[in-house]
Structures are given as C-alpha cells and as structure tokens.
Write a new protein. Structure first.
Length: 68
C-alpha cells in the first residue's frame, strides 16, 4: 500500500506537514481534497507543486480549508 505525506510550502519555501498517510487525492477546480487512511478529509485551496512518487510526498501551495 502506498500512502503519502502532504506538505504545504510556507513562508520562504519551507514545507510543513498538512496530512500524513494520505490514500486519496481529488482536485476540483482550485480545491484539493486529501483523504487519509482513517477516512479523515482535508481540503486546500491552491495548486499541486510537486508529486514525488519515490518519497511518497505531495507538495502544495495554498491555504487549508474546512472539509465540506
């Protein structure tokens, strides 16, 4: 099973963890929805900057939103 960690690019380009053990990613317009292995969702308004399949890391630029 491949699970990923989602990082947000902060001030100065330093990453911070938004979500771990992410199993699913959906993009609808500028809203990115991540679902972790326990089914918890997090939404971010922004864009995907990088997906590293070897390191299981997703880097985004945006702001966290409440899951709808």
């Amino acid at each position: 099973m491949c699970l990923s960690t989602v990082y947000e690019l902060g001030t100065g380009g330093s990453p911070r963890i938004l979500a771990e053990y992410v199993r699913d990613l959906r993009v609808t317009g500028d809203i990115i929805t991540f679902t972790d292995i326990m089914g918890k969702e997090m939404q971010v308004s922004g864009s995907i900057q990088r997906v590293d399949l070897v390191k299981n890391a997703i880097t985004i630029a945006g702001q966290p939103q409440k899951a709808g």
